[in-house]
Design a protein around this ligand. Sequence first.
Ligand SMILES: CC(=O)SCCNC(=O)CCNC(=O)[C@H](O)C(C)(C)COP(=O)(O)OP(=O)(O)OC[C@H]1O[C@@H](n2cnc3c(N)ncnc32)[C@H](O)[C@@H]1OP(=O)(O)O
Ligand SMILES: O=C(O)/C=C/CC(=O)O
Length: 255
Amino acid sequence: MNMSNSSHPLSELMITACAEAWRDAGEIMVTGIGPIPRIAAGLAKHTFSPAIQITDGEAWYTSEPLPLGQSHQQPVYEGPANYDRVFSTLWSGKRHAMVTPVQIDRYGQANISVIGDHKKPRTAMLGVRGFPGNSICHPNSFFFPKHNKRVFVEGEVDFVCMAGYNPDRYPRGQMPKGLDLRLIVTELCVLDFGGTHHSIRIRSLHPGVTFDEVQDNTGFPVTCPSAPIPTTCMPTPEQLAIISQLDPEEKRKRS
Ligand SMILES: CC(=O)SCCNC(=O)CCNC(=O)[C@H](O)C(C)(C)COP(=O)(O)OP(=O)(O)OC[C@H]1O[C@@H](n2cnc3c(N)ncnc32)[C@H](O)[C@@H]1OP(=O)(O)O
Ligand SMILES: O=C(O)/C=C/CC(=O)O
């Protein structure tokens, strides 16, 4: 992508875009998995969503986001965030996670399990983990550091771990009530599920990126609004300062 006209690197732009997933989220648990979503959750808490509940990424709720790589700092713990509490919370719907699957398809079905034939996978990864339950209980968003047809696949994902808006996957086409897929942030653009029948729609293009570039790197048709497509908002000086504080070792640039 061409960001030569921009004074801000891509990682900060993507963090700022990811944080928007949780704007005005209220008192819910927020989980950002991986450096960029995690910094974004901290940014959201420090700015427009002070009530969100975040963890140390291990087993505790903390009152402030912990800077990445600063495990020697003593956080203020608010209470345990062990699996028991995490599952009670997520089943109630009061949580919004942002995750990075290895594949996603036109329905938002996402894969973190295997690539290739299930019986003899080319690559085996995490397994379905908490994706099935998460996807039918609470909102989910996605971050993809690479936007290409290997990730945004042409057909269905090789293993449906996270449920999506595919009517053929449900008895009588009845989608689960809790299914709520929100935002997709990539290196090229921001997308959502706001097209007809929840089709994936372009929401903004990062500076210097064209719609054709997004479409050429996506294995299925991307819905394009008729109005001019907005440009993804640049981070403000305040947001840049918070990002530096949340990631003093600049791990975001290696994500
Ligand atoms: C909330 C819960 O339930 S917990 C789960 C939440 N987890 C996440 O959000 C996961 C975040 N993502 C990750 O941690 C990582 O992306 C993982 C663990 C899924 C995969 O990480 P890695 O093993 O480092 O994957 P990596 O990208 O290096 O790929 C390894 C191999 O897998 C295969 N692979 C990975 N992605 C793809 C893909 N989209 N298409 C085809 N093959 C792929 C390839 O063979 C690749 O090797 P190659 O690049 O040499 O061809
Ligand atoms: O798969 C896991 O380890 C955990 C699932 C619950 C979660 O989404 O945090």
